[in-house]
Write a protein that binds this ligand. Structure first.
Ligand code: NAD
Ligand code: DAU
Length: 350
């Protein structure tokens, strides 16, 4: 197997690349990434010298480059994670999300289709990694299943929904062998600290305010990133072509409860008196179009493929906090420069 993984220098992609490189020494893994602000090769320093791994720098929006790469390397499969992934940035700059998430995905689909249709083709699968946000927002009851209608609200989720539709269209129209998974909110090591959990870990460390949108009552279903990677591994190898799987942790929390738990955990880790960090909680202007609640029903994945999450939220959060406290250099590097400017601008505007 020679597999192209896109977005492998990002948060989830780096965990998927690591899992595949270590678990399948007979596979060749190419990691294609543009290295945007969210891409960081330091995420893969432990495996970068492995003989079955190579990094390819490039932009999925560049159709000529993508066609040439897939035609030259004749991959057997693509696992597509590259995306613009932050909802707040999509509100500021929607077009960038259309370019990468929609046009970039269609460029990859076109190049994969050419490989698949070639004589003696050995192209077996296009695996598209998507999000639960395509289903929209839930009220107090219910969960997203694989047959829930799409109802995206943010420019980010609209772009991901569009990319999912294109992937299914290439299956139905051209017979391209595809698989899609839609996952809930991930957390864990290497998460870029503009997202809620790593942002607050970093701010607690520096005694800075913890910006909670609205009243903090929005609910997210949190999954440890390594569990997402094992689900992708199972789905990649075992799912029926053309199928979709929801991935989630059955682990719903309001934002305010997540941050209170984090504050208390970090009080004891940083040797601060109980209750110190909760004083940093600051309610700020709500996100525009803020989805109230996400909750994934992952029964199909459990019943068909036997996947369940391996850690509780408390275990995963503790591993995450420890990782950030032990990887100060990583955190300092990614919070300097452009990111720092972006963060400061956004925060001042609230
Ligand atoms: P991320 O922002 O951390 O990483 C995205 C990666 O894609 C980065 O390495 C970036 O450099 C690369 N990239 C961006 N634009 C590119 C381009 N034009 N060409 C090539 N590479 C490019 O994102 P993430 O949180 O790891 O998410 C990965 C995927 O999983 C995304 O498709 C996202 O929609 C999906 N997803 C994320 C979550 C989550 O909670 N983070 C949950 C479900 C699904
Ligand atoms: O559900 C899966 C999605 O989860 C992924 O597809 C996205 O790529 C990923 O970014 C994530 O989206 P969210 O918008 O849910 O994640 P974020 O960390 O930005 O926000 C989590 C919740 O916390 C959300 O309700 C908004 C809130 N929030 C976020 C930030 C950054 C705050 O209250 N304050 C903040 O500063």
């Amino acid at each position: 197997m020679k597999i192209l993984i896109t977005g492998g220098a990002g948060f989830i992609g780096s965990h998927v690349v690591r899992l595949f490189v270590n678990k399948y020494p007979n596979y060749t893994i190419h990691n294609l990434d543009k290295l945007t602000y969210a891409g960081n090769l330091a995420n893969l320093s432990d495996i970068e010298k492995k003989p079955n791994y190579a990094f390819v720098k490039g932009d999925i929006v560049d159709a000529g480059f993508i066609n040439e790469l897939l035609n030259r390397e004749k991959y057997n499969a693509v696992i597509h994670l590259a995306a613009e992934s932050h909802v707040d940035r999509s509100i500021t700059n929607p077009l960038e999300f259309v370019m990468t998430n929609v046009i970039g995905t269609v460029n990859l689909l076109n190049a994969a289709k050419t490989l698949y249709k070639a004589a003696n083709s050995s192209f077996t699968k296009f695996y598209h990694v998507s999000t639960d946000e395509v289903y929209g927002a839930l009220g107090d009851e219910g969960m997203f299943t694989e047959s829930t209608s799409y109802d995206p609200h943010s420019p980010y989720s609209a772009s991901k929904a569009s990319s999912d539709h294109f992937v299914r269209a290439y299956h139905d129209t051209y017979g391209l062998p595809v698989v899609i998974s839609n996952c809930s909110n991930n957390y864990g090591p290497n998460h870029f600290p503009e997202k809620l959990i790593p942002l607050c870990i970093n701010n607690i460390k520096h005694n800075r305010p913890l910006p909670i949108y609205g009243k903090g009552e929005n609910v997210r279903d949190w999954l440890f990133v390594e569990d997402h990677a094992t689900a992708i591994d199972k789905i990649f190898h075992k799912a029926k072509l053309g199928s979709t799987y929801n991935i989630g942790g059955h682990n719903e929390w309001t934002n305010i409860d997540v941050i209170r738990l984090l504050c208390d955990m970090m009080d004891s880790k940083l040797g601060r008196p109980a209750g110190t960090n909760q004083k940093l909680i600051t309610f700020v202007k709500d996100r525009a179009g803020h989805d109230l609640r996400y909750a994934i029903d992952a029964t199909k994945l459990k019943n068909d493929l036997g996947w369940v999450p391996s850690v509780t939220f408390e275990q995963g959060l503790e591993r995450t906090v420890d990782w950030y406290l032990n990887n100060e250099e990583w955190l300092n590097n990614v919070t300097s420069g452009n990111y720092s400017n972006y963060y400061n601008e956004q925060y001042v505007k609230r």
